[in-house]
Design a protein around this ligand. Sequence first.
Ligand code: SAM
Length: 270
Amino acid sequence: MGNISDPPGGSYAFSQNPDRARELDRLRHQALAAWPMEEAWLKNRGLADGMHVLDIGCGPGFVSEKLARLNPAGVTVGLEPDPELAHLAGKRFDAIPGLSLHQGSLAHNHLQESYFDLAYARFVAQHFGSPQAEMAHIFRLLKPAGQVVLADVDDGLTLVYPELPELLEVMRLSDKLQAEAGGDRRVGRKLPALLTAAGFTDVGFDILPFTSRQLGRHALFDLAWSFRLHRIEQLTGADNKRLVEKVKDFFSSQDWYGVTCVIAAYGVKQ
Ligand SMILES: C[S@@+](CC[C@H](N)C(=O)[O-])C[C@H]1O[C@@H](n2cnc3c(N)ncnc32)[C@H](O)[C@@H]1O
């Protein structure tokens, strides 16, 4: 029998990240860069004031804070297993009415079952070691008629033009590194099937595109490419160093156009 301090497994290990300040910056940027589009999409899916909202794998809590500000008459809970991230989120949440931090994972927590109207997991499913089992945990936490929304990556939906063969190699390596750690950078396409198999109904998905024109090249590079290059830079081998240099040089010297897409899948607990 596990307890709430058990790490969830899968490919996200903040405590082992040698550059945690950089990772916090990346999460902040990823949370804020496209928030207006994300907010509009969530409202369209039914996010409304007065709800019980769960932010699964809330990290340092930037998005939980945004959710809580849209839900001042309701309850917003950030669920986070990593002790350091949970501590940072908890400090931030203190000042925000209706928002609280619950330290734990989907598998091990003391949250009330059948309590939440909306459970949101943003860039979390790509890290699940056992995605189907995690869907069952989400199902239990929702009220009847409650809704789950999973927004995540799918590396098949990231494009850049002009095409550079080295970019394909960067994608291949980052896919491989995350898979070796127990995650899946192509989880987006699998989300509707995972939700259906867990018993959710009215399952559907949208594709949310983020282009270099909308966000600016610099922001899109930061969101979709810089973390991959950083991981590859940490590998040994002159080939990897050359690859990173070539790709960085391309992004800084070319007039490139790009898009990355998030797959946002949803379902209802009947
Ligand atoms: C990439 S971060 C995303 C953080 C936040 N959702 C955001 O969008 O900024 C992934 C988060 O999911 C958490 N996580 C991973 N597996 C989890 C699980 N099984 N249950 C709950 N949280 C989990 C990690 O600890 C981490 O904080």
